[in-house]
Ligand binder design. Structure first.
Ligand SMILES: Nc1ncnc2c1ncn2[C@@H]1O[C@H](COP(=O)(O)OP(=O)(O)OP(=O)(O)O)[C@@H](O)[C@H]1O
Ligand SMILES: [Mg+2]
Length: 302
């Protein structure tokens, strides 16, 4: 399927180094524009606003990347934004969490990255109006290895997204829990990085490495890329530890830490087994309310 028709028509810190070798060639691109006709002095140039492409990354597993991708995506769509979730994790949790059965998919992000399939051909609608998903399945796991010898291996996703970027306001990329080529593809395609951090002990583990990788990609492949936001998730206001972790993260990242934190909430963990974002599964739950607030903050209230 192709057209997103849904939305209301707007037009303690150390780790071993990762694939620095993975970071190689660059490819650049610019947004196009449509120009008006007639008197050149009155020519109106309408630039389609490029989407914000947000990579949700943290190589630590189980920290809330997918939960945040799915529910932030649904909440942004509820604010009438056109949203595409790109599932770049072979586990395919964002895909199933959005109600898509991985077993019956003919075409997935694997084909986009390895077989030059236009991304439009694998995009599926979801139950949420204005929210679409480019699904993943287990074969994506092989792509980490298969991509190694591919031409422009770090830029595959960026090139694929160029075809559809004018159709969306936000593209959220759910990264796998590693810093391999799939995550590098996400970082090269992204305009910003969002890092979900669990309000637990060792929350900061691995962040130095992630920051270094983002800096490497920014220097070599995607100028200007930075960790733009940190989302504190699984926050339990009853524990001292959670407040301490938030304090420590704020001392490192200052106002890049989102004001809205996501509480630990059972509805958030139940919703994926129904193939629904929490905003549909239980719209009035604390988890749902928190992601809606976060969506407002992320989209600057728009
Ligand atoms: N705020 C929350 N409250 C309660 N449970 C949560 C919350 N956020 C996430 N979970 C649960 O924690 C688990 C891990 O979350 P999630 O899958 O989003 O993490 P992840 O970083 O994407 O994991 P992976 O690294 O494996 O991709 C899931 O079972 C999810 O339902
Ligand atoms: Mg995940």
């Amino acid at each position: 399927m192709t057209e997103p028709s849904g939305a209301s028509d707007p037009t303690a810190f150390e780790e071993p180094a990762v694939n620095a070798a993975v970071l190689g060639s660059t490819d650049d691109s610019t947004g196009g524009f449509l120009s008006g006709e007639g008197d050149p002095s009155s020519v109106e140039q309408i630039s389609p606003k490029p989407p914000r492409i947000i990579a949700l990354a943290n190589q630590k597993g189980g920290v809330g990347k997918t939960t945040t991708t799915v529910n932030l995506g649904a909440s942004l769509a509820d604010l009438n934004h056109r949203v595409l979730v790109v599932d770049l994790d072979p586990q395919g949790n964002a895909t199933t969490g959005l109600g898509i059965n991985k077993q019956v998919l003919d075409e997935t992000m694997y084909d986009v990255l390895l077989n030059k399939l236009p991304i439009d051909d694998c995009i599926e609608p979801t139950e949420v109006r204005g929210l679409f998903v480019a699904p993943a399945s287990l074969d994506l796991a092989g792509s980490e290895i298969e991509l190694v010898s591919a031409f422009s291996r770090e830029g595959k996703l960026k090139i694929a997204l160029k075809e559809v970027e004018n159709e969306y306001d936000f593209i959220l990329i759910d990264c796998p829990p590693s810093l391999g080529l799939l995550t590098v593809n996400a970082l090269v395609a992204a305009t910003e990085v969002m890092v979900p951090i669990q309000c637990e002990y060792y929350a900061l583990e691995g962040l130095a490495q992630l920051s270094r990788n983002v800096a490497l990609v920014s220097e070599n492949l995607n100028p200007g890329l930075e960790i733009a936001s940190i989302v504190m998730v699984m926050y339990d206001s009853r524990t001292k530890l959670a407040a301490q972790v938030v304090g420590e993260v704020r001392s490192h990242f200052g106002d890049r830490v989102c004001k809205n934190m996501i509480p630990r909430n059972i509805k958030l963990s139940e919703a994926p087994s129904y193939g629904q974002p929490v905003t549909i599964y239980d719209p009035s739950s604390r988890g749902s309310v928190a992601y809606r607030e976060l969506a407002r903050e992320v989209s600057n209230g728009v």
